[in-house]
Every structure is written in structure tokens, then in C-alpha cells.
Design a protein. Structure first.
Length: 579
């Protein structure tokens, strides 16, 4: 059993490596299958982040969709080239964007698992370590919504692990291809990879750092860095047409970036800001802490005597894990220094450090298992029960990793949104393609994906505040919407409808109350419109839209009404005559 569990590759058969590799892929397939099961629970199902990043891709099937749509145009413009064209290519073979975003996670998960196993074997050639590392990385990625979303960020795991694997094997072609793929799918990963390549030129020996004397090191890193520079230059020269990126000083004045804002960044809590903040922290939303905790044991285990941990003798190139960590933290600090110019700081650590800690944890646990079995073997002659005890403890560690998902909350975490009002989606889908829908209800966020029709604005994911040209228009729209929606002024509503060419309002029962606005973090960040609407509602007078809703309703489903905007204008005229 000792030989089966922890024997290095050179002391075991090839079939043993295949067994552990196959087992890792089996678990990855099971986890991906669990995600697929949720993805196909109904006709109207889409992942939360995919709602804004995928919906516009339906233009690949029907170019007439979303005409003159600010939101669709923006997300199409900022989408990475490779990600966009992969989805475009798949539509040519009959796979729709929404279908592909559901199918891709399991494929990306399997690729990531394979590369993670390979990386671990390169660092520590013990197959069970590759299995444990791959399993822990799977627990990480399936407790987050990155890979599940099928959006651009989903590709960082397979492409970054591919780069690390080929780097370890000094495979120049594979490394360059992986860097190029990072650049056209998730450019932030290229910057981390570039720093890692630079660190390859430095060596550490006897507490001294010195430059490499190997010409091949400079040649390898130099060629890879040229590829990285080319793809990043292409990305940098791409014009989005939506104005400059917001600067830190301006962001600090906006409620969107403050506590409870929809793009919360600046937090008064030091620990949250630097460590767990979704956009500002080093490791936000871990989902599971087992890999992190286990990885912290690795340095201490390696310091132990070889008689206690004999298997540590086969470790090699573990310094790569430190280099990845240094590169990630360096880019994290640089991103904070040049805030928002390099996008969000957390993007430079949250993915790469998950990979590092999963691999380090797998190696650490494998070393502990071997140490336990070795201890039991040595004590067998003195105490016959010790080998059994060591085997039980080793089995317990393996079970701890394998069974971890059973006590993780919401595993796998998919954040799939299930549409609950199909009649609404079908109604809008039957309307002309150029209609525009206005609403403050959360359900409006689903309309672009489920009905393929344009919305004026949505509260979830659509109001991205990083490009000033785009967000200025979004903010103006939202302020005007809140003002008109809750207005008691006859002219205000008509002017709003005509200015934005609104065709329908989607009205939620209960939306005409002060508490409805107060409980909406999205609306409350748009001041003074939100507070003015609350003040008007507290006078006891109903907004005009509420007064005409019954007479202009085209369809009512559950607590939602579709109001015809043209009817609203006609009713406004009749109101004016009575006045």
C-alpha cells in the first residue's frame, strides 16, 4: 500500500500514474457534470455573469438584434478578441452562445485538471500528489463562478496552467502559444507570465541572488517576452471608443465604488480591502480554505529531517511556486499603484495564487501521507498496531480532500439564473427587434438573454463604471429612468419616453413604495434621483405610471406588468384634459 500510494514515478509502474491521472479526470468530469445538470434544468437558464457578457453574441446568429444598443455595443467592444471569435466560430457549426457558455466549463475544467496534474508531477514526481493538487484546484474553481460562467475569465485557468506546465518542461513553442492565448482571452494573465519569465533569469543560492549564466535562459525568456509584448501591444492599441478609464480620485467620490456600491472597491475595513475584497483583495471569495491551510505546511515540512520526510528528496523546482507568488503579488501592487489602468488588482492574484496553493497543498499532503506510512513501517516491529494506525491516518487525509465538497456550502457554486416568467420573455421576443424596454425591476436584467431585446438599463452587471464615456451615459439613463418612473409630472414621463424611444415599461408590483427604493443598492447609488423619488412617494401621491398601469397593461404575469409606453402617452393626454 505504501508503494501504491506514494512511490515516485521512477519507482513505480506507468499504470500507477495513469490510474491517479484518470482518477483526477474522473472527479473533474463528475464536478463538471454536476454543473451541466444545473445548466439544463430549464429553457430559461443562464449564468449570472454571462447575462451581460454573452447576450450580445446572439448578434452572431441574427445581426439585426440589439440595433443601436449602447449596452450591447459596449460589451462587444471590450470583449477580448479570442473569446469573441471562439463564440463566433462555434455559431457557424450550430452551437449558440448561450449553449456554448453552458458546455464550455466542463471542457475547461478537464484541461485545467490535466495541466495541474502535469505541473505537480514536474515539481514532485509522485502521482498521488498530482491527484490531490488537481482535486483541490477543482474544489477551488467549482466554488467560484469564473469557469462556470464560460466568459473570458473562465479561460485563465487552462491557459495559465498550460503556460506553467510548458515553462517547467522548457517547451518554447508551448509556452509561446499559451502566452498568446492568454493575451487574446485574458490579457492580465500575460503580465503575470511576463514577470515569471523575468524571474527565470535570476537564481538564488546560499542567500544570494545572481543573474543566470545560461544563454538558453535568456533566449527562452526573451522569445516568450517578445510574444507577450506583441499580444499586449495589440490589446493596448485596441480602441474601445468609450472614453478613458476612470482614475482613483474620481472613483473615491462615486458611491458605486464605496461600501454597498454595485462595484464596491474602497472599503474602510483594512483586512477586507487588502485581503478579501472582491476587487481590491489578494484572495477574495476563497470558497474553501483547505488548500490554503495545507499549502502553508509545505515550507515547514521541507525543513524537517529527511529521516522523517524521506520523500522530500524527490522534490525539484519548487522555487517556481515562489516565483509565481512573487510575480502575482508584484502585479497586484502595481495594479494598486496604477489603479484601474491595469484593471482590478485582485485579478492578478486570485487565480494564480489558487493554482499555487492547490499544488503546494497537494504536495504537502502527499509528503505527510508518506511520512505517516514510513513511521508506521518503522514502528511495526515494536508496536504491530502502528502500521494500521498510520494507514488509517493516511486514508483519513485522502478522504479529507476527496470528501471536502460534501461540507462545502453550495458545491458546485454556479450562480445560474433561472427565468421564472417565460410568458414575459415570449411576449418581448415576439415584438419588433428594435424595441426598448425600461424598468427598475430585477427581472429586466434577464430580458436581453431570454428575449433578445434591448433594455434601457439593468441593475446587475450592466452599469460598469470603469470607462467614463460609457458610464456617463449609463448614469444619465438611470437618473432619468428613476425620475420618470416615480414622477407625478405629466410632462416628465412623456419627455422621457420620447427622448429614449421607450416602447414598454416592465413594472413590478410593490415598486411604488419608499422601501422598494431603499432596499435597492443599485437605485440608492444614483442620487439625488433616488432620494427625491422616496420623498415623493412618502407624500402619499401615486406616480403617474402607477395610475395608468391598469389601463395600459399588455400582459401581467405574477407580480410583473408590461406597460405600453404609447398607451401611457395617450393616457397622459387624457389626464391633461381633465386637469
Amino acid at each position: 500500500m505504501h508503494q501504491f500510494l506514494t512511490a515516485p514515478i521512477h519507482q513505480s509502474t506507468k499504470s500507477r500514474t495513469i490510474f491517479w491521472f484518470s482518477l483526477a479526470l474522473t472527479f473533474a468530469t463528475i464536478y463538471g457534470g454536476m454543473v451541466l445538470q444545473q445548466a439544463f434544468t430549464g429553457e430559461y437558464v443562464i449564468q449570472d455573469d454571462a447575462r451581460q457578457h454573452i447576450f450580445w453574441m446572439q448578434r452572431f446568429i441574427d445581426p439585426g438584434l440589439f440595433p443601436n444598443d449602447l449596452i450591447a455595443d459596449y460589451f462587444q467592444t471590450v470583449a477580448p478578441w479570442g473569446y469573441t471569435n471562439l463564440y463566433r466560430l462555434m455559431t457557424w457549426v450550430g452551437i449558440t452562445p448561450i449553449l456554448l457558455h453552458k458546455l464550455s466549463p466542463i471542457i475547461l475544467g478537464l484541461i485545467t485538471t490535466a495541466y495541474c496534474f502535469g505541473i505537480t508531477i514536474e515539481l514532485f514526481p509522485v502521482p498521488i500528489a498530482g491527484f490531490l493538487s488537481s482535486l483541490l484546484l477543482n474544489h477551488y474553481i467549482w466554488m467560484r463562478d469564473d469557469v462556470v460562467s464560460g466568459t473570458a475569465v473562465a479561460f485563465v485557468y487552462p491557459f495559465f496552467t498550460a503556460f506553467l506546465y510548458y515553462l517547467l518542461r522548457r517547451n518554447l513553442f508551448g509556452s509561446c502559444v499559451a502566452i498568446a492565448l492568454q493575451g487574446i482571452f485574458y490579457p492580465q494573465a500575460v503580465l503575470i507570465s511576463s514577470v515569471i519569465l523575468i524571474l527565470q533569469l535570476f537564481h538564488w543560492k546560499k542567500w544570494q541572488v545572481y543573474l543566470s549564466h545560461q544563454r538558453k535562459d535568456y533566449l527562452f525568456s526573451g522569445i516568450c517576452l517578445i510574444v507577450a509584448s506583441i499580444v499586449m501591444l495589440i490589446y493596448a492599441l485596441k480602441s474601445n471608443g468609450y472614453g478613458p478609464v476612470i482614475n482613483a480620485d474620481a472613483a473615491k467620490q462615486m458611491p458605486e465604488f464605496l461600501t454597498k456600491g454595485k462595484s464596491e472597491f474602497f472599503s474602510q475595513d483594512f483586512g477586507h480591502f487588502w485581503f478579501s475584497g472582491q476587487r481590491s483583495g489578494i484572495l477574495p471569495r476563497l470558497g474553501t480554505t483547505l488548500p490554503l491551510i495545507a499549502s502553508l505546511f509545505l515550507p515547514f515540512i521541507l525543513l524537517l529531517n529527511s529521516k522523517i520526510v524521506p520523500l522530500k528528496a524527490v522534490t525539484k523546482n519548487l522555487g517556481y511556486l515562489l516565483q509565481i507568488t512573487i510575480a502575482s503579488l508584484a502585479m497586484f501592487c502595481i495594479a494598486h499603484l496604477f489603479l484601474f489602468r491595469l484593471h482590478l488588482p485582485s485579478r492578478y492574484t486570485e487565480h494564480s495564487l489558487r493554482i499555487v496553493t492547490a499544488i503546494a497543498a497537494g504536495i504537502a499532503i502527499a509528503l505527510i501521507i508518506d511520512a505517516l506510512l514510513n513511521w508506521g513501517k518503522k514502528q511495526g516491529n515494536v508496536a504491530p498496531t502502528k502500521p494500521i494506525l498510520s494507514l488509517i491516518l493516511a486514508g483519513g487525509l485522502i478522504a479529507l480532500v476527496v470528501l471536502e465538497p460534501t461540507w462545502l456550502k453550495r458545491f458546485p457554486r454556479t450562480d445560474y439564473v433561472v427565468g421564472s416568467v417565460p410568458q414575459i420573455y415570449e411576449f418581448f421576443a415576439q415584438q419588433p427587434k428594435d424595441i426598448l424596454i425600461a424598468s427598475v425591476a430585477e427581472e429586466v436584467n434577464n430580458i436581453p438573454a431570454f428575449s433578445q431585446r434591448s433594455i434601457l438599463i439593468g441593475g446587475e452587471g450592466y452599469p460598469v463604471p470603469y470607462h467614463t464615456g460609457y458610464y456617463r451615459q449609463i448614469r444619465d439613463r438611470t437618473l432619468d429612468l428613476i425620475t420618470a418612473y416615480y414622477s407625478q409630472n405629466l410632462n416628465q414621463l412623456e419627455e422621457f419616453i420620447q427622448e429614449y424611444s421607450i416602447d414598454f415599461f416592465l413594472v413590478e408590483t410593490g415598486s411604488f413604495t419608499p422601501d422598494y427604493i431603499r432596499q435597492s443598492n443599485w437605485m440608492m447609488q444614483y442620487q439625488p434621483a433616488a432620494n427625491q423619488a422616496i420623498a415623493q412617494l412618502e407624500t402619499g401621491n401615486s406616480p403617474l405610471l402607477a395610475q395608468i398601469s391598469d389601463r395600459c397593461t399588455r400582459l401581467q404575469v405574477k407580480n410583473l406588468k408590461i406597460i405600453d409606453a404609447n398607451c401611457a402617452i395617450a393616457k397622459k393626454i387624457s389626464f391633461a384634459r381633465r386637469i
